[in-house]
Design a protein around this ligand. Sequence first.
Ligand code: PHE
Length: 347
Amino acid sequence: MFSHERVIIRRGPDSGLPIIVAVHSTALGPALGGCRLKAYPGWRDGLADALRLSAAMTDKCALAGLPNGGGKTVIALPAGTIPEPELRTAALHDAGTVIEELGGRYATGPDVGTGPDDMVTIGERTRHVFCRPVAAGGSGDSSPGTAAGTVAALRAVCADRFGSPSPAGRSFAVLGLGRVGARVARLLAEAGAQLIVADVDPARRTLADELGATWTTPGEALTAAVDVLVPAALGGVLTPSTVAGLRCAAVAGPANNQLDDPATADLLHRRGIRWAPDFVVSAGGVISATAVELQHETPDQVAARLDGIAGTLTGLFAAADRDGITPAAAATAEARRRLSRRNGPAD
Ligand code: PHE
């Protein structure tokens, strides 16, 4: 079912590239969602990504307790291209123009392929942008917040599965050492966890060595015998075939849209593997960016909010067990409740 409020697809006048801005819902407030700059086989694949990711942002914001809805921007590069700086700037300007036309119904931030400096470029066309560098008046990189929220989620997962929230002595396979994954791995190593790590970029191996982590291939990391698998790269890693090969007690990570299909959550459940919904685990970025830029909160207040992800997850696990459903179903139901409370008569 098509449930998005508004989707704009345009050939960017400055860049000539497909610019896609999907606003899924503003029922709880202005939509939030990052700007993804990524190569796709075709622009329709970028559109599919924008539709899925923006819908997930609606659930993410609702469960994070934010007065915001979900959206996403995708700049769909032709397969195999890495844009020259001028083309990159032009594409970000094109995205900013579309966002400005939405008049505040949607604000963007960093995502796969973009960072704080790119938010400055988008900000040359619109005010509706989060996470510009601190020197430029923003809250800076959102990945520390996302990583801190992920570690809070992992503590809740450890408490749920092993009776203690401490990651010390537990084993984790971190799949993807990008801006968020690398920080999560570091925080886990500092907390005394045993780590297996992987990334498609062989240069990330130096981080593995520094952390005393075992470096392996993404395929091996996915099926490693560990306590918790932590997907921290691109989405779609959990499919019927990968789930069949998993050897972990739980899966919890910051990658967006980990399931190839919602039904895959049931497969995980049937295998007795706890899946922490990605849209709950990865909320730290939007939580911290809005807490700093809109609420002007102190670092301690932001940290407390990020810790709140653990309580949200614990509540979802309890609701799932009580109702005999998956944590994913419990999370979706809770998001629906929060959205309908805003939309319709009180229930
Ligand atoms: N990439 C972030 C996410 O998926 C998006 C974001 C971060 C948007 C910060 C606004 C502010 O949650």
